[in-house]
Design a binder for this molecule. Structure first.
Ligand code: SAM
Length: 238
């Protein structure tokens, strides 16, 4: 992977950047995504934000090597603190867990004007992000799922709007867990991912059932049963 050839995962994130946007890539690491977007005229300018020294330096070096310093500003800081309010109209946060992405959005929400498109790519636990988006009045506008190197990735795009629209025709609980657009589309990758997860949860359920009964175990069993039922319903509906 480099600034001209992204992974399938980051390529899909790039496809959701509105043409000509000023974008921020939070947790940019090597800055491949903003470099690719600027070099391919997807973005007119970009900010690459990084909290960690090593990735911050590699982002800086990458941008300098490509002579893109006038178009891409590399900034060190935590989450959205690297942007000024109203400075960007698209924000990507990719390659982290869903709870960290939701935390970055929550702790930086005073930086959001409500006019930015958010493009979020959790590696796991996307439900934290869907819950946050719904709580804050964002409408999911699109979702993608893909498999790369044996891992599943979801990409969520959201804008301020009708937060309930995407959840029409599916229970909110199920939609938040697996993605309302993804559940309706039911691609082969989606079915593969959630069928594996269903089997995994059933195995854990069996193991706990065989262990000594306790209040704690009963609570875990109840939670697992609920999730198993949701997944069965999602996978079985036509
Ligand atoms: N976004 C790139 C991608 O998708 O390939 C890099 C993903 S890398 C696994 C996660 C990066 O996010 C790391 O470089 C880490 O330092 C950075 N990061 C984690 N928490 C952050 C935060 N609160 N603010 C900014 N960057 C953060």
């Amino acid at each position: 992977m480099n600034e001209m050839k992204l992974s399938k995962r980051l390529q899909t994130v790039a496809e959701y950047i509105p043409k000509g946007a000023v974008m921020a890539d939070i947790g940019s690491d090597h800055a491949y995504l903003p470099c690719y977007c600027v070099l391919n005229d997807l973005a007119s300018a970009a900010i690459a934000g990084e909290i960690t020294d090593g990735p911050f330096l590699s982002a800086k070096q990458q941008v300098e090597k490509l002579n893109l310093s006038s178009l891409i500003s590399v900034r060190k800081g935590d989450g959205l603190e690297v942007i000024q309010k109203g400075e960007v109209n698209a924000i990507a946060v990719a390659g982290m867990g869903g709870s960290l992405i939701a935390h970055i959005l929550e702790s930086g929400k005073e930086k959001l004007t409500g006019r930015e498109r958010l493009i979020l790519q959790p590696n796991i636990h996307a439900y934290h992000i869907r819950e946050w988006l719904h709580k804050e009045g964002y409408a999911l506008i699109s979702e993608d799922i893909l498999e790369e190197d044996g891992k599943y990735y979801e990409i969520l795009a959201a804008e301020i709007g009708d937060k309930d629209a995407a959840y029409e025709g599916i229970s909110f609980e199920a939609g938040v867990l697996v993605g309302p657009f993804l559940a309706k589309e039911k691609s082969a990758v989606f079915i593969k991912k959630w069928s594996q997860e269903l089997e995994h949860l059933k195995n854990i359920h069996q193991q706990i059932k065989g262990a000594a009964p306790s209040m704690e175990n009963q609570q875990k069993l109840d939670e697992l049963s609920e999730r198993i039922e949701i997944l069965k319903e999602v996978l079985e509906r036509g």
